[in-house]
Design a protein around this ligand. Structure first.
Ligand code: KG4
Ligand code: ZN
Length: 342
């Protein structure tokens, strides 16, 4: 870090990778001074999932208002901002392009640097927002709609992938099982609510541990097992108790996430475990991780649910750590739906 100006850098960030139009201002990568999220969930609910074209159109309709609101809530003018960060991928291409193009235009007009942020790296940085002392090295369990990874964060911006899903992501499994139970979109939060009234030992769904030392995941077998269970129960006219199915499915999935997260900490001799991504908002996962980490004397950091799901404060934090390293992009920066990196 060069000087105090770097330490106090104010990053305005924009996030539009899926169905949230979000903008935030964060100082020094950690202090949130505004965080605006316009969620399109209600719009997509009637379709049972995100409709990419509708998401893009709604981002266009809202982006100006959301970014202006983030600056207003921060009580700042664009001239007081040090850099603009925007999610460049992975995500829905049309949705990403709205936020990124808006960010580039704003940066150009205001004479500010532009920083493209990887959405998954942004999720990891959500761990820096609420706990001023939380810092690398740590293991991070990333569980979102499209990703399930165990990542060793050696230092800011330095990552080693320890394991990842070989098929469905955890969030995808939650959403698909929820759909088969006739629950609303987004499914994860609905299963979380319903499972509270169910018996988690009612159905013994499979846990895919894979090879003994593997930190990879696989959830497609679990998803198929739930679908098969529902189909055969319907065919044999057995009673289905949705809360029991939800609780048993959730328990099977969480068992694997927790066990492998602890194994990853042991492998890297890591004292700290962090969680990132929408499934991190799951109340049962939060409780199970809290208990297991306590048992194993591992310090656990889980962002508040609002910072687990998509937001721009995490993108601002990530942008800040690029800013202090002098890692900037230029106006040729493009959006990449499958942006690699993890
Ligand atoms: O990180 P995120 O907001 O967006 C992506 O980057 O994908 O994650 C969205 C995923 C969805 O699959 C959603 O169902 C899941 O996170 N999710 C939950 C909960 N809240 C959101 N899954 C389980 N329990 C929750 N409470
Ligand atoms: Zn996300």
């Amino acid at each position: 870090m060069k000087n105090n100006k770097d330490r106090d850098a104010k990053i305005l960030a924009i996030e539009t990778s899926c169905d949230e139009t979000a903008a935030a201002v964060v100082i020094g990568g950690r202090v949130i001074i505004s965080n605006i999220i316009y969620s399109q969930i209600e719009i997509h609910r009637e379709f049972g999932g995100v409709v990419p074209e509708i998401a893009s159109r709604n981002h266009i309709a809202k982006i100006d208002e959301v970014v202006s609101a983030a600056l207003a809530a921060a009580n700042l003018d664009i001239t007081e901002i040090d850099a603009v960060a925007a999610t460049a991928g992975p995500g829905l291409i049309g949705a990403l392009l709205v936020g990124l193009s808006f960010g580039k235009a704003l940066a150009y007009a205001a004479g500010l640097p532009i920083i493209g942020v990887n959405h998954i790296e942004g999720h990891i940085c959500s761990n820096y927002l609420e706990n001023p002392d939380f810092a690398p090295p740590f293991v991070c369990l990333v569980v979102s709609g499209g990703h399930t990874h165990l990542i060793y964060v050696k230092d800011y911006g330095e990552y080693e992938v320890l394991g990842k899903t070989r098929d469905d992501a955890a969030g995808e499994a939650f959403d698909k099982v929820a759909r088969s139970l006739g629950l609303n979109y987004p499914g994860g939060v609905e299963i979380d609510k319903l499972a509270k009234h169910g018996n988690q030992t009612a159905v013994n769904f499979p846990r895919a541990w894979l090879e003994a030392t593997s930190l990879d995941f696989s959830f497609s077998g679990l998803k198929s097992a739930v679908l098969n269970y529902l189909n055969s129960a319907k065919m044999s006219e057995q009673e289905i108790v949705p809360a029991d199915v939800a609780a048993s499915f959730q328990k099977a999935l969480v068992d694997v996430l927790v066990e492998k997260s602890i194994s990853a900490c042991k492998l890297k001799n890591a004292a700290k475990l962090a969680v990132a991504g929408g499934v991190g908002a799951n109340s049962f996962l939060r409780k199970a991780l809290t208990e297991k980490c306590e048992e194993n004397k591992i310090i656990l950091n889980i962002p508040s649910p609002i910072f687990c799901t998509d937001n721009a404060a995490m993108i601002a934090s990530c942008g800040y750590f690029s800013y202090i390293r002098g890692k900037f992009d230029n106006l040729n920066l493009n959006a990449y739906p499958n942006l690699a990196g993890f």
